[in-house]
Design a protein around this ligand. Sequence first.
Ligand code: ADP
Ligand code: MG
Length: 451
Amino acid sequence: MNKFSSIDKLPQELLEQLDNLGFNKPTEVQSEAIEPIMQGRDVLVQSKTGSGKTLGFGIPAILQAVNSSEPTSLIIAPTRELVQQIAKELSRVASYINNFKIVTLYGGVPLRKQADSLALGANIIIGTPGRIIDHLSKETLKLESIRTVVLDEADKMLNMGFYDDIIKIVSNARKIEQRVLFSATYPNSVEMLAKKLLQNPLIIKVDTEIESLKIDEIFYKTNSKYQTLQKILATKKPKSVLIFANTKQAVINLADDLNRDGHSVIDLHGDLTQEQRDEALIAFANGSKRILVATDVASRGLDIKDIELVINFDTPQDEETYTHRVGRTGRADAVGEAITLLSDKELNKCSYILNKAREVNESNLENKNTKPLTSNFTTLCINGGKKQKIRAGDILGTLCKDIGIDNNHIGKIDIKPTKSYIALNSKIVKQVAKALKSAKIKKRKFVAWVL
Ligand code: ADP
Ligand code: MG
């Protein structure tokens, strides 16, 4: 099956919408999973990161929700970032439906605000286990209308210790008729959870061999990792690179070192506020930072697009983590590369890497011209966003027409609820910031600062 239209019961408007969004054909997991999920049975899906799982459960959830005035699907995902990402993907697809409401529940924002949104009604609810439990215990969330519970990234949720919370939530949803579990890997813990929750599930394991050809996995043996890293960056000059380290402190140290050596770099770890994390991702995605250094927890499940290169500076704790990290590159149609740096000490702990990846000798790397990775872009932030009804077109209008900036100097624009982020050629960013002291956007003045 290689067309969305060959999936039974997808309405014409949805098919057109998918086409508009550039989803020309379903991924393998989508063509396997959507029909049985729509038929209402319990389904367990294992397929690798980047294979399109979100719409695999998202399309059935949207179609189920259309016919109900109350929320019928509850989607549970491990982290705030992942919840937001699922919500974004589903709201893009559901935008052809009037007043479709997705409510997201995660920590770090007041319960009150989320409770107010819930009270206004929702079509789909997406949340992290902890925050869903908070709302259940305050009775600001009731699961009476929920018929389908989706567990996304079940393996990660179990790694993060959410087993009890998940069981508690599912047993709270008494009217539940269907349980759907998605996971990139299938360790014993997921098997146990599946046995406990799912009833006579259809098991879908998508063949990942063709997919994995898109990622070139290699490793270098090195006892001076930082130097090897410098050489890799100088040789490959990736447009974007995601580097993993194992602890917050290791991330901070590595980012500091790279920064000191002139690289365009930003870090992502659990000690940052949520706003700082969002901003790190925005700056990386819009190209004003070329290198993102992250811990596993902070980057879990994120769909950061077009990453050319993933580097395991610290070796992952286990094979699952390795699979997740490597899955950050080579997404959709792009080919990616994943490099692991292995010290003598780590060699015997990582036989799975030695088996899967091929060894490359460091002598193939650039030794002299270790020019840092820099970016031509800088992110300018303004204190107005969706709440102020700002759209990208309004910003472009002010920048191009009123301030006289060449369109080519303007990169990606991200509009968030109360702030907007504009990637600008670094040469003009000060000029724009200054001009915005008097120039107006949508007839209003905003404060602008460089991120
Ligand atoms: P997973 O959850 O399996 O890691 P995602 O659902 O996050 O994967 O999808 C990975 C990327 O592929 C996303 O950018 C998504 O928009 C894109 N994608 C999903 N379905 C399709 C499709 N049918 N055609 C093209 N791209 C798709
Ligand atoms: Mg996913």
